[in-house]
Ligand binder design. Structure first.
Ligand SMILES: Cc1cc2nc3c(=O)[nH]c(=O)nc-3n(C[C@H](O)[C@H](O)[C@H](O)COP(=O)(O)O)c2cc1C
Length: 272
């Protein structure tokens, strides 16, 4: 089967697919689009050619047109909604003691999978700690890492105020994961140059999905630092060989609603 197939009844030879192909492997010199001989291997399976065709004339070997939902203009959000949506996002640190359904978490992770990644390699893997008891157990390893840091790297520990966090944990206040019911890690190949930004972007997307589903989240920097550097925690997490956690996010139902949108520092911009 060819990489792309063209419905010649529908194709209007507008060449948009060729113009939009990021790796420029579609040729339209003979009228209908075709893949330039020997360039199939450069295709990054992004689906642009299928998505951009106004007449739904192009199908891709790995991205069938039937699998591509049509964009519904009625669901488009305007600038005012975007502004309020982005300005009103908050880090949520108080959660209801109500677990989030596994199916819902899976749906949100699937949505976050639409985040961009270098070369469309989609290198992000997800690890969900769904059970709170397990999360509490894992946090004890984070505390062990903090104690080690306080002893071995006191300057860095002071900068991160780890002593205060350890004291809090010892007193029964979960400063590390804020008693969140769930923690979601984005991990990928440690040696990959694209995995780290992809995981960060995907987790950002995950955070942005949460409010519309009645949920909230917060980046969990302490947990992730321990997951990156503390072998006992890495062993417990059991991520794939050669993988590292690039980010962690608490997730749950927020206990409180927010009502106002505090300002941020003005942006530091050059060139405008
Ligand atoms: C990489 C990263 C790590 C973070 N780690 C933590 C954390 O461990 N605990 C926490 O309570 N908040 C953490 N945060 C949340 C920040 O404190 C929060 O984004 C900041 O205070 C701004 O507040 P807002 O997110 O509500 O706008 C982290 C944020 C980022 C981006």
């Amino acid at each position: 089967m060819n990489l792309i197939s063209i419905d010649r009844e529908k194709c209007v030879k507008d060449a948009i697919c060729a113009a939009e192909c990021p790796v420029k492997i579609i040729d339209v010199q003979n009228g209908f689009p075709e893949i330039i001989k020997g360039t199939e291997k450069f295709c990054i399976n992004c689906g642009h050619c299928v998505a951009v065709c106004p007449s739904a004339a192009l199908s891709h070997k790995n991205i069938s047109i039937e699998d591509c939902l049509e964009i519904n203009p009625d669901l488009a959000i305007g600038p005012q909604q975007v502004e309020q949506f982005l300005r009103s996002r908050r880090s949520i640190r108080s959660y209801k003691k109500k677990p989030v359904e596994k199916e819902l978490l899976e749906k949100l992770i699937t949505l976050a999978g639409h985040a961009p990644s270098g070369h469309n390699l989609q290198p992000v893997h997800w690890h969900v700690i769904h059970e709170r008891e397990e999360l509490t157990k894992l946090c004890s390893h984070v505390v062990d890492w903090m104690r080690w840091m306080i002893k071995e790297q006191p300057q860095a520990a002071a900068l991160l105020e780890l002593e205060m966090v350890v004291k809090g944990q010892e007193a029964g206040n979960d400063i590390i994961t804020r008693d969140a019911p769930h923690l979601i890690l984005a991990h990928g190949i440690q040696k990959s140059p694209i995995a780290q930004p992809a995981c960060t972007i995907a987790l950002t997307w995950l955070e942005l999905t949460l409010p519309s589903f009645g949920l909230g989240g917060c980046w969990c920097g302490f947990f992730n630092a321990a997951a990156m550097f503390w072998p006992p925690l890495q062993k417990e997490l059991g991520l794939k060989q050669g993988h590292i956690s690039y980010g962690a996010m608490m997730v749950g139902y927020p206990r409180y609603a927010y009502h106002r949108m505090p300002p941020r520092n003005p942006p530091r911009i050059t060139g405008l």
